[in-house]
Design a protein around this ligand. Sequence first.
Ligand SMILES: [Zn+2]
Length: 111
Amino acid sequence: MANGLVFLAFLTLVVGLVGTVWVFVDAAENSSQSAVLWGLVAFFGGFLGILLYVLLGRDGGTGEDRTRSVPDRGTGKISHRCQSCGEKYYAPDSDIDTCRSCGGIRVERLN
Ligand SMILES: [Zn+2]
C-alpha cells in the first residue's frame, strides 16, 4: 500500500509542476492577466488552480484585434461609426471628431 501512496504523491507533484509550467507559459500568451500570478494560482491551487485558470484566465490575451474591436466594454452598443473606414466606436458619452483608425473626420454619431 505504501508504494501506491508514494506513487499518488509523486503523480500529484508531477501534475502540479507540469500544470504550473503549462499555466505559466500559456498565460503569457493567452491571458491578459499576469502569467506569474496564474502560475502561482496553479502552483498553490493544484487542480483547482489550473481549472480556475482555464475557466477565467484564458481570455485571448492582449491582442491588438481585441482592444481595437471592443475599445470600451462598458455598454457594448455602437455609438459612432467612421464613414471612411467603418471603424466602430463604443463611446456614447463622448464626441469623436477624428477617426483613430484612418484619421478621417467623417465619424457619424448613431444615436
Ligand atoms: Zn476611419
